[in-house]
Design a protein around this ligand. Sequence first.
Ligand SMILES: O=C(O)CCC(=O)C(=O)O
Ligand SMILES: [Fe+2]
Length: 454
Amino acid sequence: MPSAAEAEPAVQNCTSSTSPAVTWAASPSPTAKPCKRRREDEGLLRSPRDGSTDGAQQHKRRREDEELTRSPLVRSSDQQCNAARQQAMAPPRSFEDDADEEAVFQFHMTRGGVRGLVESGVAFVPPQFVAPVPPVTSAAGAFAAPSVDLSLPRAQAVALVGAAARSFGIFEVTNHGVPAGVIDAALAAVAAFNEQPFAARSPHYSPAPIGATTYATVPIPRPRGVTPATTPLLCWRDSLIVRFDCSRDPELRSIPLPCRDALIQYQRSMARLGRELTGLLLEGLGVEAGRLGKTQGCLMQCHYHPPCPEPERVLGSREHADADLFTVLAQDGVGGLQVRLDDGDGEWMDVAPVPGALKVNVGDLLKVLSNDEYRSVEHRVVAKSAREPRVSIALFFNPIMHGESDFFSPFPELVTAEKPAQYRTLTWLEMLANRVELGHAKPSSLDEFRVTSN
Ligand SMILES: O=C(O)CCC(=O)C(=O)O
Ligand SMILES: [Fe+2]
């Protein structure tokens, strides 16, 4: 949850499994010179406007659009504050760190994303994308995520959801009430946006948010302290990340037109399911369904994995656990999602897409609240195809939060003499900062907050 995506510092009230995309914008390598191409591209940073014919209105719109699409190098004070926090926490930088940053910066400067590489006809994967340890793309085993039919009587659904969250941290839901047409339209719209020609796509490309939206090949921090690195610098995917609670862009006009309506419709259609899943997951812990107040799926990460000339050498998404309460994942039929069920030691297993079903991942925040009753599932994506693109949409659900003032700790009713609190009280921003520092992989992502018994 920093989509990310992934948790960008720009994401204040929301969640993401991805990294602070603005790190790049904040501190471009001193050796990287803003090139002519970049200046031209900054000129291109104007979002397509929605064809109003009224002159005054158009002028107002243009001013607003210009505000929304101002250079991503200009950062808000919240972003600056988070960048400073990260800098203070960051370990000393090495020559390799600088070289990595430069490679990522230069890649961003192309503004074409991974799809741009494919369009340029690359026959080999560039070094920044090569996984140091080749992922096993034909996994040793397949994992059938438990399936929960949400039309079952509630007590049964609660028992099934609770059991799946306890055992695996992942399950799928059927009869979930979200129309198939809405899901299919959203997936198709993500593909349509990414498959536009470079000239239509690249004005939106920016690793720092433009209004409510980020469209880029978003890096996820590598796990720290693992030498040599086990994961590539960049994954084989382009992401369109939308923050539905973005006060700078309440009308979400920064979402590119080819997918704007479909994504807004998708997010709205997920609201009821989000409420239902929150209730089922809490009741599965024996906690009252309304205990967390209102929850919201306010961060959406839409991933497009272009076909890869060497699929066995890349990762479509690095290993991570989501940071949020839970994530609802829709995907097309290509496959590539894998899970590892025993905190880092076990084998990666394929989780096949099931037509009509939505996957639900338990995230780290719910794991903390549950006092380790629930697992947060470690997952990644491998590239399955040299011919077909893959599209997925992850919607991250969290309690409605207000930044530093929201404190999270294990529910008191789950803390007993036999099982004391496993985590100290933490804030959402602490959680995100820690993930940026340590990477999103397990088990380190929550170690910082774990109470150690002496
Ligand atoms: O693409 C997928 O299936 C997974 C995406 C994901 O894990 C994420 O966005 O956090
Ligand atoms: Fe994830």
